[in-house]
Structures are given as structure tokens and as C-alpha cells.
Design a binder for this molecule. Structure first.
Ligand SMILES: Cc1ncc(COP(=O)(O)O)c(C=O)c1O
Ligand SMILES: N[C@@H](CCOP(=O)(O)O)C(=O)O
Length: 469
């Protein structure tokens, strides 16, 4: 299986590369994102056969299609088993019925209590395998609005073939999110509070990849959802959840709390591989670039506003470029031109045919702070479930169409444990979420992080100094 850039043919040559090379590269040298040259597919019988299988076996089957013959099946099977052994729930990603037509897909049973662990626990093992074979030591630069950073630190801390630097927006993430990163004691981990927004952090990261000399000098890699392996690992729970509700005979809808559009794009991938999905509703907070793209047909950057769902305070959604590429007939030239123009003007009009193709599967809804709080309260009162503010954004969006939903059954992705956002949950519901394993002790541990301005050159100098002295 080979991987191509969404900007193939536009700018410096990015020839097709294999799975492990795409994993280690993260972002293509032309600034595009890697996608498989063709989508692997499952037959309806193969999908039905996932029913009743442990999560790690479905993960190995799905990842196997993306890895091709680059990882022996038994090695990949062991990686998946070990990755999901670190989860506190036997089902890894259990489904919970909330209302007759609505289910919660709990993705927060990993070590840092957010859905990022599902992919990151696997990525740590994939990197280890690839780096040992290639005899390399690399530098991971990650940008986080709170959850990716903690999951990445947990997955890569102490690994001898990796240095990792995580950039987070100073003062714009929750205390528990910050402590999951900053309390790591391992020497291969550095965390940096950037004086800016998540978009500034992500912009610095992407610009660093465009600097050939820097990229090569530190052997740069990325574990944000610009890395296709993140998407591949995240599409697995679409299969397990849909099959648990009767797919391929039924065609569920998914409601996805959305920021960088990685999780929602993972749903697209599952669909492209043959999973029947009736609709993917992307739910944003007031940082609504994705919701506006689907409703208005224009993808245009807004000003980032802080909300109680801070991990979604994002106004440049990296993975939207992958969807654009898919819906623009996989035309790398057109995609490259559109996103180069977006980088300089902050906006792009989606061509009518591409927009129609997007709307075949996707819709968008933006949810206010008041409605997010109300969703936390009503979910608790009506079902007894305490949900985090990101999940609440999706629950509120799911309810807009009333009950029963025309898209039943609908599966809401529950992307974080409420204990990660204690203040917001307490403010809305009056309840302090009980701390599950791990989170309780974080408050007593010393923190270690540096501060930098939102300046690409300053960040590169910092990373260079850390990685190569
Ligand atoms: C808790 C939580 N929910 C939802 C999202 C949005 O997911 P995505 O960026 O894949 O759209 C994030 C951040 O990525 C998150 O941390
Ligand atoms: N919400 C994310 C932002 C980065 O998303 P990613 O999925 O691209 O890594 C976070 O919590 O950091």
C-alpha cells in the first residue's frame, strides 16, 4: 500500500511512499497530508464478522489493510493487543445507550482519559518498530489544544529513539490536561507553553516541516492527526460501534465533536472502506470553521475564541484538506493551489461539485456555550451520565433534530472523561467528577515546562538545541 500527498504535483516532488515511511514522516514535504493511493475495502461479510471480536483484533484487521506487507500480521496483532491492554475498560471503546435512539461511544478509557490514547498507544509501538528497523532517532514536534499532548507524552516518554517537544497554548487548556504533559519526568520529553492559540502552535509546526534544513537536521516527525496512522487507528472504533448496532445491515449516524477534523475524517475513511454510515454530523463550539464549511460552502478562518471545550478551540482544521482532496476528484494540483491560497488569504470557496460530494455524508452544527452547559445538565438529569463539555457539544448538536432522530441510531463520540474538565463540569452541573486512575495523583506532582513566544524561529532554535545540542 502506497501513500500520496494531497498536494501531489503541486510544488516539490512528493513521490508515493510506503506505510512506515508515511508514519514516520507525518507531513509530506510539499506541505500536503498523506492518504492511501487507493482505499482498501472490506466486504459486507468481512464487516459483519467483526461482530463479537475483541477490539484489538478488529484494530489489527483494519490496520493490516493500511500497512500491507510492511508489518507481519503476528507483530501487528501483538502491537494492537498491548496497546489496548493499557485501557481500563475491557471493551476498549464501549457503547452506552443514552436515549432509545442515541448511544455514547466512550473513547476515554485510555491512560490520559481522552480519545487520543486510542491512536497514540498504537503509534508509540508503530514508531518503535519502524525506528528499530531503520536504526533512526527522531524528533517529534506536537501541537496540542490539550489532549494530543498528554497522550503523546504518555506514549513516547522514556523511548530511547525519540525526543518529543509538545507546544500548547499558554493558559488555554485545563489544569488536568496540562499536568498530564508537564509532570512527565523523562529526559526525552519537553513541553512548551506558547504565548498564542492552538492555531499558532499548529502553524509553527507546519512551517517547521517546510524548512528542509531544519526538518532533516532534527529528523522531524509529527503525531498530530496530520499523521495518517492517527486516522487509520481512529477509524477502527467506527467499525466496532456500527457493527455492535447491526452494521452492515444497519447504517448508523455519527455525531463527532470537532476541532482539527481528524476524528470526523476517520469516519469518512471507515465509510470509504465499505462501512455503511448514514451521516457524520460534525459538532463544533463557537470556533466553527468546519460547521460553516458544510453549511455555507466556504472554508474561512475565524478568530479563535476561548470556550469551555478548549480542545476544540481551533479555526484551521488540518484534516479538512484531506476531505477536500477526496471530494475534488483526488486532484492534488487543485488541492495544493486551494490550500496554499487559504494559507495566505484565510479563506477558500468550496467548488459546488466538491461541496455536494461532502454534503452526501457530512453536515455541520455549531453549539453555543449556553447550549453546551444545558446539554451537560439535561444529560445528567435524564440519564444519570456525567459528560465532558466536548461530548456535550455533540449531544447538543444531536438533539437539534429532535427525538426520535431521522438518523437513528445515532452514535455520539464521547471524546474525553469529565474529570479532565472538572471546572467546566462543576460549573454547569454542580457535580465534581470523580477522578479515575491516574488523574488524582497529578495535582501532587511537580510540573516542568518552558515558555516561548508564538514565533517559529524561536521554537525551531529550542527544538534544535534539545534534539542535537
Ligand atoms: C476532547 C476532544 N474532543 C474533540 C476533539 C476534536 O477532535 P478533532 O480534532 O479530531 O476534530 C478534541 C481535539 O482534537 C478533543 O481533545
Ligand atoms: N484537540 C487536539 C488538537 C490537535 O488535534 P490532533 O488530533 O490533530 O492531534 C488536542 O487536544 O491537542
Amino acid at each position: 500500500m502506497n501513500y500520496i500527498s494531497t498536494r501531489s504535483g503541486c510544488g516539490p516532488d512528493s513521490p508515493p511512499i510506503g506505510f512506515l515511511d508515511a508514519v514516520l514522516a507525518g507531513l509530506a514535504p510539499d506541505g500536503g497530508l498523506y492518504v492511501p493511493q487507493t482505499w482498501p475495502a472490506f466486504t459486507p461479510e468481512e464487516i459483519a464478522a467483526f461482530g463479537g471480536k475483541p477490539y484489538h483484533q478488529v484494530a489489527a484487521a483494519v490496520l493490516g489493510r493500511f500497512a500491507g506487507d510492511e508489518i507481519p500480521a503476528d507483530v501487528l496483532g501483538d502491537m494492537c493487543r498491548e496497546a489496548y491492554d493499557s485501557f481500563s475498560h475491557a471493551a476498549t471503546a464501549p457503547l452506552k445507550q443514552l436515549y432509545p435512539d442515541t448511544y455514547l461511544l466512550e473513547l476515554f478509557h485510555g491512560p490520559t482519559l481522552a480519545f487520543k490514547d486510542v491512536a497514540m498507544q498504537l503509534l508509540g509501538r508503530l514508531y518503535d518498530y519502524a525506528l528499530k528497523r531503520q536504526g533512526r532517532k527522531i524528533t517529534i514536534l506536537a501541537a496540542t489544544s490539550g489532549d494530543t499532548g498528554g497522550a503523546a507524552v504518555e506514549a513516547f516518554r522514556g523511548r530511547s529513539n525519540v525526543n518529543i517537544v509538545v507546544l500548547f497554548p499558554d493558559g488555554r487548556i485545563s489544569e488536568v490536561q496540562r499536568r498530564f504533559m508537564t509532570t512527565a519526568t523523562e529526559a526525552n520529553v519537553r513541553c512548551v507553553a506558547v504565548q498564542g492559540t492552538f492555531d499558532d502552535c499548529q502553524g509553527i509546526l507546519k512551517a517547521a516541516f517546510q524548512d528542509d534544513q531544519f526538518r532533516t537536521a532534527v529528523d522531524l516527525s509529527a503525531v498530530n492527526s496530520i499523521n495518517f496512522a492517527r486516522i487509520a487507528a481512529q477509524c477502527v472504533y467506527y467499525f466496532t460501534a456500527a457493527v455492535a448496532l447491526g452494521a452492515p445491515a444497519t447504517s448508523p449516524a455519527f455525531v463527532v465533536p470537532t476541532g482539527n477534523f481528524g476524528d470526523a475524517f476517520a469516519g469518512y475513511v471507515a465509510h470509504a472502506m465499505g462501512l455503511p454510515i448514514s451521516r457524520i454530523l460534525t459538532a463544533t463550539n463557537s470556533n466553527d470553521i468546519v460547521a460553516r464549511a458544510f453549511t455555507e460552502g466556504r472554508y474561512s478562518r475565524g478568530v479563535v475564541a476561548p470556550t469551555q471545550s478548549p480542545a476544540m478551540d481551533i479555526q484551521v482544521a488540518s484534516n479538512f484538506e484531506r476531505l477536500y482532496f477526496e471530494c475534488a476528484r483526488r486532484d492534488g494540483l487543485e488541492t495544493g493551489r486551494a490550500f496554499q491560497a487559504f494559507a495566505s488569504t484565510g479563506g477558500l470557496d468550496i467548488p459546488p461539485a466538491a461541496l455536494a460530494a461532502m454534503r452526501d455524508l457530512f453536515a455541520g452544527a455549531s453549539v453555543s456555550e449556553t447550549d453546551t452547559s444545558a446539554a451537560m445538565v439535561s444529560t445528567l438529569n435524564e440519564t444519570g451520565e456525567l459528560i465532558d463539555p466536548h461530548t456535550a457539544v455533540a449531544v447538543a448538536a444531536a438533539r437539534r433534530l429532535g427525538s426520535p432522530s431521522p438518523y437513528a441510531p445515532q452514535i455520539v463520540l464521547s471524546t474525553a472523561h469529565p474529570a479532565k474538565f472538572t471546572e467546566a463540569v462543576h460549573a454547569a452541573t454542580g457535580v465534581i467528577p470523580p477522578s479515575p486512575r491516574g488523574a488524582g495523583e497529578l495535582a501532587a506532582r511537580p510540573e516542568r515546562f518552558d515558555r516561548l513566544p508564538a514565533d517559529g524561529e524561536a521554537v525551531k532554535a529550542y527544538v534544535r538545541d534539545f534534539a542535537i545540542g
